[in-house]
Write a protein that binds this ligand. Structure first.
Ligand code: AP5
Length: 210
């Protein structure tokens, strides 16, 4: 099954994608995570995109489509995948539908006030991308990753100025994809304000895997 997770920053796309990946063995492809890995590995791609991510702006369509195209050529995607954070512009949406057919686009619906709370309290383990929240999903030991023991950090783009910029970019460039996919009968709205377990169940029901 080929899935796209769409929604504002911090709506819980990565959290739920992780759960779907574990239960249904579908690879979780997060373009944000691919960029963050490239940055921490110091690759030419990482150097090119580092300041763009920190500012909360979008990487160019050409660069993003190319990394997704290459990732979708890998054999683990033959039986399906979860695309998280791609597409983010109408141009990327059109490119994706030429690359692979899509079965469902889950639209994570969440109010801006809650988005800001989730992003400002998020902490991550850099090596794995594992995500926590200071209040909603704290680690067992404060500030420490449950599995590796490494210190948790705040993403550069989870600071207030970048959050506001990301929300603006979402409204202007990504939200139009809601109608784009609705017109193609691919959109499944899911209310993301509930607990991760409840949202996971609603997603599973929306894609007919229940
Ligand atoms: P990306 O990494 O994709 O960021 P994003 O879309 O802004 O999404 P987030 O990772 O911030 O949030 P999420 O929805 O996954 O929420 P999460 O599960 O972590 O992109 C980063 C950057 O890369 C972009 O700004 C851009 O520069 C670049 N980029 C990426 N893709 C691109 C593209 N296609 N084109 C161009 N540029 C691109 O949850 C958030 C927090 O809430 C966590 O703390 C979590 O624990 C908590 N939480 C989750 N679910 C719940 C719940 N149900 N209840 C309570 N708390 C919850």
């Amino acid at each position: 099954m080929n899935l796209v997770f769409l929604g504002p920053p911090g709506a819980g796309k990565g959290t739920i994608a992780q759960k779907v990946m574990e239960k249904y063995s579908l690879p979780h492809i997060s373009t944000g995570e691919l960029f963050r890995k490239a940055i921490s590995n110091g690759t030419p791609l990482g150097k090119e995109v580092e300041s763009i991510l920190a500012a909360g702006k979008l990487v160019t369509d050409d660069v993003t489509i190319e990394i997704v195209r290459q990732r979708l050529m890998e054999s683990d995607t033959c039986d399906g995948f979860i695309l998280d954070g791609f597409p983010r512009t109408i141009f990327q949406g059109e490119a994706l539908l030429k690359l692979r057919p899509i079965d469902h686009v889950i639209n994570f619906v969440l109010e801006e006030e809650e988005v800001v709370k989730r992003l400002s309290g998020r902490r991550i383990a850099k090596s794995s991308g594992r995500t926590y929240h200071l209040i909603y999903n704290p680690p067992q030991l404060e500030g420490i990753d449950d599995e590796t023991g490494e210190p948790l950090v705040q993403r550069d783009d989870d600071k207030e100025e970048a959050i506001l910029q990301r929300l603006k970019v979402y409204e202007q460039q990504t939200a139009p994809l809601i109608e784009f996919f609705r017109e193609r009968s691919l959109l499944r709205d899911v209310d993301a304000k509930y607990s991760p377990d409840r949202v996971f169940k609603d997603v599973v029901r929306a894609i007919g895997l229940e």
